[in-house]
Design a binder for this molecule. Structure first.
Ligand SMILES: *Cc1c(COP(=O)(O)O)cnc(C)c1O
Length: 362
């Protein structure tokens, strides 16, 4: 049997990408905010309905830049149930992550537990729209406003999503997206910061371009996080197809759901009022079952992913404080994301679900 990975990068037709990069050759302009970069920035702002958008070479550097331009100091409240990037960005920017627990309903930060963690050192809340499940923005925004702290989202999983008509690009003071090869929409590597205050555009630019605003000045200690023209060209191509990628994902998710209903496991339902991007297929198993399912699938050459395991507050590079977030700890030991990508075959979904049925009924 052929091997099935948890994900597979979406690619436009080869000829389409070749046509898109033709003028990069003609102009020999490969990076530094060229024509493809400008075109993608405009097209993405439009697609996401973003207030303001700035492209980056990857999502992680977008995250670090977002934190830096906010002039933060002290503690940032976040959730440990996320990709390593979220916690690392906070620490690498000289800030301290303070971990808040999550909810069983959708695995996002528990908005009712945030306020108890706020003290005089708290400068921001950095929640994650995990698996594309949108956080309780209304409540989080009220808490942030009451305490005069920033609300910044890691929206890496929520490309193109709208919740009750609001684009996730426009929630909070700012957010980041990742356009990594494994995400719903990608630019090979890439990312963006979307932000409310137009004055941040210049600051973000300095962050990604060595603090250089023009040929004769250097006015900030910036780094290098520029998206190049080949990345932007991939983005322009993928943007033409992303709606159909999402449709294909949706059909596969519905096929999984139809097969798996009635089994002793929990699928995460699409939130009421959400236009979902169907980015992941997380399944919560009963105690002790997750690792068994993972191993049986692996023996069949099917590679699911323990995502997110371990929790950020249990990483070897940090002090283990995972006991302070018992729900996140429990979920991380029982969750598995199943293979999901636009050209996954329906027969493969059937086979994967057949294996799950056998394991769970054994
Ligand atoms: C992918 C991801 C990132 C980092 O993005 P890169 O583009 O890979 O640097 C950050 N946060 C979350 C939740 C992610 O899934």
């Amino acid at each position: 049997m052929h091997s099935i990975n948890v994900t597979k990068s979406s690619l436009p037709p080869f000829e389409e990408y070749c046509a898109e990069i033709r003028d990069i050759w003609d102009s020999a302009w490969l990076t530094n905010m060229g024509r493809k970069h400008q075109a993608l920035e405009a097209a993405l702002s439009d697609y996401l309905g973003a207030r303001h958008l700035s492209l980056f070479s990857n999502g992680h550097l977008a995250l670090e830049a977002m934190l830096r331009v906010m002039d933060l100091q002290g503690e940032v409240i976040t959730s440990p149930f996320t990709f390593a990037s979220t916690a690392h960005a906070i620490v690498r920017c000289g800030l301290k992550p303070v971990y808040c627990d999550i909810k069983y309903s959708d695995y996002t930060i528990d908005e009712d537990k945030v306020e108890a963690l706020i003290n005089e050192r708290t400068c921001a809340i950095l929640p994650i729209h995990v698996y594309g499940n949108v956080c309780n923005h209304e409540k989080l925004a009220a808490v942030a406003q009451k305490h005069h702290i920033k609300l910044l989202y890691d929206a890496a999983h929520s490309f193109g999503e709208h919740y009750q008509g609001i684009s996730t690009a426009n929630m909070g003071d700012a957010c980041i997206f990742s356009f990594h090869a494994t995400k719903v929409f990608h630019t090979i590597e890439g990312g963006a910061v979307c932000f409310a205050d137009p004055a941040l555009r210049e600051k973000l630019y300095l962050e990604k371009n060595f603090g250089i605003p023009n040929a004769e000045e250097v006015i900030a200690v910036g780094g290098n996080a520029k998206m190049n023209e080949f990345q932007a060209a991939m983005g322009l191509c993928n943007l033409r197809h992303v709606d159909s990628y999402i449709q294909q994902r949706r059909a596969l998710c519905e096929r999984y759901a139809a097969h798996l209903q009635g089994l002793p496991l929990r699928l995460c339902p699409v939130q009421e009022g959400l236009r979902s991007n169907y980015s992941y297929l997380p399944v919560l198993f009963a105690e002790g079952q997750r690792d068994k399912v993972f191993a049986v699938l692996k023996a069949e050459n099917i590679h699911a992913r323990k995502y997110f395991y371990p929790l950020c507050n249990a990483f070897a590079c940090y002090e283990d404080s995972s006991d302070s977030t018992p729900i996140a700890k429990d979920v991380s030991r029982r969750i598995l994301t199943l293979p999901l990508y636009p050209d996954l075959l329906p027969e493969d979904v059937d086979r994967i679900c057949g294996i799950l049925k056998e394991v769970l009924h054994a």
